[in-house]
Each structure stands twice: as structure tokens, then as C-alpha cells.
Design a protein around this ligand. Structure first.
Ligand SMILES: Cc1ncc(COP(=O)(O)O)c(C=O)c1O
Length: 400
């Protein structure tokens, strides 16, 4: 995808994130094929991992995802409203709220809610009474992540609370679910142990007369590496965006995933610097010979981690270089070498699909000592998202 093929460079912004919806659709198909007996919930929390909530959700549904998942109710409501405007009404699960949250709008909007403890069932049931509807609940069991979910010894209490609310018609149990802690390490014994604990919890629910519509535990890594964890529904997030959940195990290309986001900027300053010139705050980098310095108008306020100073890769004029010195709030400097011919306005690619030898979100993650999830979801609101569809050039291009 060259600059010329992408319409709508935002006139007031020196940088942009291009999101290819054809890549999203391709990845959802790949994930569907990896779990052929399960439905797919595209996880679109955190503004679809920074890719833009509604365009991504719509593309995922077009490619066969039948569920959508978000963390917070505040994410679910605009998602439901946006999809209603397009005439589609998939189930949406939201799993994160604190006691006292106003759940009535979620129940009224047909948002499935997760419960890890009896208080959550009681609050969901109260919201159901307030709206005159039956709320759809997913009971979460902690099978080993030690984050959300009732521990197995407390799951009976959760089932009892659910049975009571079901008896008075305020809730129905749509799902029983959990989350895998070590699925990105295919050899870890933890995943099989978690599946065993999950299966025992499902049996326990069955004995209590609770048989949910869907049982689900697998995120991207569970979907791609652990067929025994697929159950009725898989919940891929990062792989939907074309990024591998386990870069040490398999690359995106190995997994037939296409990174959907490309972040690029136009150089704002290009200048010659003599040998011995200190670069950026603290002069952590210094030129060793006469060279050309180029300023890329993106910084840590745009989500490029300061910990990737001196290391984050950037492609300029087809050459893969790296940040020189500290990444600043809005800018970073790249030493493009002497006589490069690089000019102000030229394109710098910060990361993209990598298929042209350019930098990737995984490389930025490595440079920053983090994971690609944090790189893409951290790209700031100041960077306009431009949605394109490489399968349908010229159509569906929109700024978000
Ligand atoms: C409960 C839950 N399910 C699924 C996912 C998707 O995970 P991944 O992006 O690793 O596929 C997440 C994201 O962290 C999550 O919190």
C-alpha cells in the first residue's frame, strides 16, 4: 500500500494510522478455520485494540464472526448503537464493571454481562427488573488465571445465585466462561489443567440444571494452539488484528495472519548535522560523522513507548533505520545518513505489515520490552485512523 493508493491524508495531521479492513476479514476467516466447530467472538475492546471500533466490528461480522466482546459496558453501548444503525444485532458480551454500576442501559440494549460473584448476579437481576427484561449472563469461573471469575470452590455459590435469579425470570445463563493464562506457551501444562478445571465447572453447572448456550475459554493463542480449549466459542483479540499472540513461537505470517494497522508520518524537519552533534533530550545519541537528521512527528503521547528510545525501527525511503536518542512527547529523530536525498514531507513508516521488509508492531514491542498488544492499543487518539479496504480499492475509505 503506497501513499498514493491511500486517499484522505488528513490535512491537519502529520501522521496517521491506516487500518486495512480486508486484513481484518482475512484474519477472522483464518481464525474461523482454526476453530471450525466453534463460533467466533471478535474481541473489540479498547477501540478494537486501537484499530477503530465500528469499522473493525463490521468487518469481523462480514467475515463470519457472530459474537463481539468488549471489556466495559461503556464500550458495549456505543457498539450496540453503531451496529443497530447498520441493521445488525449480534450478541455482545461485556465483562468488566464494579459494584454500583448502572447496568440498566446494558440490559436494555441486549448486552450480555459477565458475573464472577453473587453480588454481580444480584445487580444484573436488579437492572433486569428495572428494565422489565431478562438479562443474559455469562458465569465466569477462575480456572487458573487468578483474575476475573469465581474460584472453583466459590463457583457453587455463583451457581446458586444464578439459579435463584433464573427462577424469578430476571436472568438467563447464556454462557459459562473462563480465561487461559499461558496459552501463548504451547508446551505449558497449565492450559490442559485449566481446561480440566473448566470441564469440572461445566459438569457442576450441569448437575445444578444450568446448561448454557455457549462455553468459552480460548483467546487468540487458545484458538490457534489449543484445539481442546475451543468449546462452543473462541474469543480472539490480537489475532483479529493480524498480530501473533506468541512471537517467540510463530510469526503472523506463519499463522496466516495479516497485520491490519500501518502507522506512518510525514517528515517535518530534515537537516544536515556535523560530527559530534548530540541528538534529542539528554544527548543519548551523537553523530559520528556529518549526516542528515530527519524528524518524525510521532512520540510517546501518540503511543510510541519512550522505552524504545535509540531502538524503535522506522522505514524512510525504503531503508529500515531506527530512532536516534530519546523519543519525545510528539517527535522523534532518525539519522538517515549522509547524502540520503530525504526531504521534508517524505514518508516515514513506523510499523506495518512488514511484508515489504518494513518495521512491525512486534519489532516495536521488542524494542520497548513489551508486547504488540500494548503498541497497537496504545496508538493515541491524536493519530487519525484511516480505514481502507485493499480488497475493494477506493471503497469504504473513511476517516475515524
Ligand atoms: C477475557 C478476554 N477474552 C479474550 C481476550 C482476547 O485475548 P487475545 O488478544 O490474546 O486474543 C481478552 C484480551 O485480553 C480478554 O481479556
Amino acid at each position: 500500500m503506497s501513499e498514493m493508493t491511500v486517499p484522505g491524508w488528513p490535512a491537519t495531521h502529520p501522521a496517521r494510522a491506516i487500518v486495512d479492513l480486508a486484513a481484518i476479514r482475512h484474519n477472522v476467516r483464518t481464525l474461523g478455520a482454526a476453530a471450525p466447530s466453534s463460533a467466533v467472538m471478535a474481541v473489540v475492546k479498547a477501540d478494537a485494540y486501537g484499530h477503530g471500533l465500528l469499522p473493525v466490528a463490521t468487518a469481523a461480522l462480514q467475515a463470519g464472526a457472530t459474537w463481539l466482546g468488549v471489556a466495559q459496558v461503556a464500550e458495549a453501548l456505543p457498539l450496540r448503537a453503531g451496529l443497530d444503525a447498520t441493521g445488525v444485532r449480534p450478541p455482545i458480551l461485556a465483562w468488566l464493571f464494579a459494584p454500583g454500576a448502572d447496568l440498566a442501559p446494558a440490559v436494555a440494549a441486549d448486552i450480555d454481562l459477565s458475573a464472577s460473584a453473587p453480588w454481580a448476579i444480584e445487580e444484573i437481576a436488579a437492572a433486569a427488573r428495572a428494565t422489565g427484561r431478562t438479562a443474559r449472563v455469562h458465569l465466569k469461573v477462575d480456572t487458573g488465571m487468578s483474575r476475573g471469575g469465581a474460584r472453583p470452590e466459590a463457583f457453587g455459590d455463583l451457581l446458586d445465585a444464578a439459579a435463584r435469579a433464573r427462577a424469578d425470570g430476571t436472568i438467563e445463563v447464556a454462557g459459562i466462561w473462563s480465561h487461559l493464562a499461558c496459552a501463548d506457551e504451547p508446551d505449558s501444562p497449565v492450559t490442559a489443567q485449566q481446561v480440566e478445571v473448566f470441564t469440572a465447572a461445566l459438569d457442576q453447572a450441569g448437575r445444578a440444571g444450568i446448561r448454557p448456550e455457549v462455553r468459552h475459554i480460548a483467546q487468540s493463542a487458545g484458538t490457534l494452539f489449543h484445539p481442546a480449549a475451543h468449546f462452543d466459542l473462541v474469543r480472539p483479540g490480537i489475532a483479529t488484528y493480524g498480530l501473533t499472540p506468541a512471537p517467540a513461537v510463530a510469526s503472523s505470517a506463519d499463522l496466516d495472519l495479516r497485520p491490519a494497522m500501518r502507522v506512518e508520518a510525514r517528515l517535518t524537519v530534515v537537516k544536515t548535522a556535523p560530527p559530534g552533534t548530540g541528538i534529542s533530550y539528554g544527548h543519548r545519541a551523537r553523530t559520528t560523522a556529518e549526516t542528515t537528521l530527519a524528524v518524525v512527528p510521532l512520540g510517546y503521547a501518540d503511543g510510541l513507548p519512550r522505552t524504545a528510545s535509540d531502538a524503535g525501527p522506522v522505514s524512510i525511503a525504503g531503508r529500515k533505520l531506527h530512532v536516534a536518542g530519546r523519543i519525545c512527547m510528539d517527535q522523534m529523530v532518525v539519522d538517515v545518513g549522509p547524502g540520503s536525498g530525504v526531504r521534508e514531507g517524505d514518508l516515514a513508516v513506523v510499523f506495518g505489515a512488514g511484508d515489504d521488509g518494513g518495521p512491525t508492531a512486534d519489532e516495536w514491542a521488542e524494542a520497548a520490552g513489551t508486547i504488540s498488544y500494548e503498541i497497537v492499543s496504545g496508538i493515541g487518539a491524536r493519530v487519525p485512523r484511516v480505514h481502507v479496504d485493499t480488497a475493494r480499492p477506493g471503497r469504504e475509505a473513511a476517516e475515524a
